[in-house]
Design a protein around this ligand. Structure first.
Ligand code: FES
Length: 317
C-alpha cells in the first residue's frame, strides 16, 4: 500500500486521555480532500499499524487530524502516538472510507460513544456544510471526557444531543427513545465500543433496513479457534491453489500465486485486502463488510475470512 510521509503539525490535549494530532505532508504539498467518514492507517514510530478516523474538515486539503485515545493496555499503538512531538515524521496511508454518507438518505442519525466521536465529527462537518438534515447523539462519561464537545456545541447546537454521565444501564432506554419514529429514508452511522455498537445495532434494526445502518469497527471480530478451520481451494487468474487449515487465504495468494494484495491490519478491520468473489461462498470473519455486503457474497477480506464452499474463484477488487 502506498504510504505518505507526514509531519506532526499540531497536538492538542482534547481530554485527559485523548490527543488530537494534526498531520501535514512532509514535502509541503497538500494532502488532498477526503470523504467524510474515512480513516487512515498510521504506522507508529515503533512499527505498529493502527487505523484512525479522520476528524478534520473533509474539504480542507492541507492537513488531516486524527484523535487518539491512550488505551491502558496499549501494545504500542496509542501509547507511541501519545509520545509524538510536533515536527516528528511518520507514515500514513491514503484515506479509505468504510462508512460513506449515503447520498440518497433523507435524514442522518449519528451515534457515537467516547472516542467514537471522531468519524462522526467529519460526517457532521460535511452534513452541516451541505445543509443536510442530521442528529448527533454523543455519549461520554463526563463533559471532561467528551472530546470536541465545545466545538460541536458551537457549530451545531440544534443537532447535538449530548448524553453525559449516563450509566450504561440506561443506554438502552435512551437509545430506544431517540431511535423511535425516525424520519423516512433515515440512515444511521455509529462508532464506539463494541458492546455499545451491538446495542445500537439491535435497536436500529427494529427501525431501519440493514443497508441503512453503517458501523465503524476498529475492533477485530472474535475468531474461531484455528482447529476449526477447513481447507479449501482458491482459483486465481486461471490457476488453482490449496489453502490448508493453518494458512490464511491472503498468504497463499501472495506467496504461491504471486498476487499483489496489500494488507494492513490482518485482523479483518481495515478493508485493505478485499478481493472480488467470482464463484463460491466465503465464510466471512471480518468486521469490515456490512451484513448486506456479506450476504451478497461478491467480495471478501482475504486476511481472516475463509470459505464455506470447496472452492472460491477470486479476482482483484
Ligand atoms: S488486511 Fe485489514 S481487513 Fe484484511
Amino acid at each position: 500500500m502506498a504510504m505518505i510521509e507526514v509531519r506532526v503539525a499540531e497536538i492538542i490535549d482534547e481530554t485527559p486521555t485523548i490527543k488530537s494530532i494534526r498531520f501535514v505532508r512532509a514535502d509541503g504539498r497538500p494532502l488532498g480532500v477526503y470523504q467524510a467518514g474515512a480513516h487512515v492507517d498510521v504506522l507508529t514510530p515503533n512499527g505498529v499499524t493502527r487505523q484512525y478516523s479522520l476528524a478534520s474538515k473533509p474539504e480542507d486539503p492541507d492537513s488531516y487530524m486524527v484523535a487518539v485515545k491512550r488505551e491502558p493496555n496499549s501494545r504500542g499503538g496509542s501509547a507511541a502516538l501519545h509520545e509524538l512531538k510536533v515536527g516528528d515524521v511518520l507514515q500514513i496511508s491514503e484515506p479509505r472510507n468504510l462508512m460513506a454518507i449515503d447520498p440518497d438518505a433523507g435524514h442522518h442519525v449519528l451515534v457515537a460513544a467516547g472516542v467514537g466521536i471522531t468519524p462522526m465529527l467529519s460526517i457532521a462537518r460535511y452534513l452541516d456544510l451541505h445543509g443536510q438534515d442530521f442528529d448527533l447523539h454523543y455519549f461520554a462519561r463526563s463533559r471532561e471526557d467528551a472530546a470536541f464537545l465545545g466545538l460541536l456545541e458551537e457549530k451545531c447546537p440544534q443537532k447535538l444531543h449530548a448524553h453525559l454521565g449516563v450509566p450504561r444501564t440506561e443506554h438502552r432506554a435512551i437509545l430506544a427513545e431517540e431511535l423511535a419514529d425516525l424520519p423516512p429514508k433515515s440512515h444511521l452511522y455509529m462508532c464506539g465500543p463494541a458492546p455499545f455498537m451491538d446495542l445500537v445495532q439491535e435497536l436500529a434494526e427494529q427501525q431501519l433496513p440493514a443497508e441503512a445502518i453503517h458501523r465503524e469497527n476498529f475492533d477485530a471480530a472474535e475468531q474461531p479457534d484455528a482447529s476449526e478451520n477447513r481447507p479449501f481451494d482458491v482459483e486465481f487468474e486461471g490457476n488453482v491453489y490449496h489453502v490448508p487449515a493453518d494458512r490464511s487465504l491472503v498468504r497463499v495468494l501472495q506467496e504461491e500465486a504471486g498476487a499483489e494484495i496489500d494488507t494492513s491490519c490482518e485482523e479483518g478491520i481495515c478493508g485493505t485486502c478485499i478481493m472480488a468473489v467470482l464463484e463460491g461462498e466465503p465464510e466471512h470473519r471480518d468486521n469490515v463488510l456490512t451484513a448486506k455486503e456479506k450476504a451478497a457474497n461478491d467480495q471478501m477480506t482475504t486476511c481472516v475470512s475463509r470459505a464455506r464452499s470447496e472452492r472460491l474463484v477470486l479476482d482483484y477488487f
